[in-house]
Design a protein around this ligand. Structure first.
Ligand SMILES: [Zn+2]
Length: 118
């Protein structure tokens, strides 16, 4: 996943929400970030700062909440949770690399903090 494209979407949504609520500014954006998305929070935050300049979301704090990867082994049925991204994962029980990713590839905005106009 490319940070710029992703953060442009985030900015779009945040500005739309701000407009809908007739808010003066966006102060905070919370995002549940699956560790398997490949999005690097620090890069994404910097990217956001750049593109949000001169918008109502300038200076907004973007907080990423990492969502671990959950796998089910296709060979033995074991379930496991991995908290760090890696190139390859193997089953904790049988060592198989034949894993199905259940969760951890998502990117969801969970909260947008706004300042209301006076
Ligand atoms: Zn297994």
């Amino acid at each position: 996943m490319h940070e710029l494209g992703v953060m442009m979407k985030v900015l779009d949504v945040a500005l739309k929400v701000a407009e809908e609520h007739q808010a003066k500014a966006v102060t905070e954006i919370d995002i549940d970030l699956g560790i398997m998305t490949g999005v690097i929070p620090l890069h994404a935050q910097k990217m956001f700062e750049l593109i949000a300049k001169d918008t109502a979301a300038a200076g907004a704090v973007v907080k990423f909440h990492p969502i671990p990867a959950r796998f089910v082994c296709r060979d033995c049925g074991a379930r496991m949770t991995k908290y760090k991204p890696d190139v390859e994962f193997f089953c904790d029980s049988c060592g198989s690399g034949n894993l199905f990713l259940e969760d951890g590839a998502g990117f969801h905005m969970t909260n947008i903090g706004l300042i209301q106009s006076a």
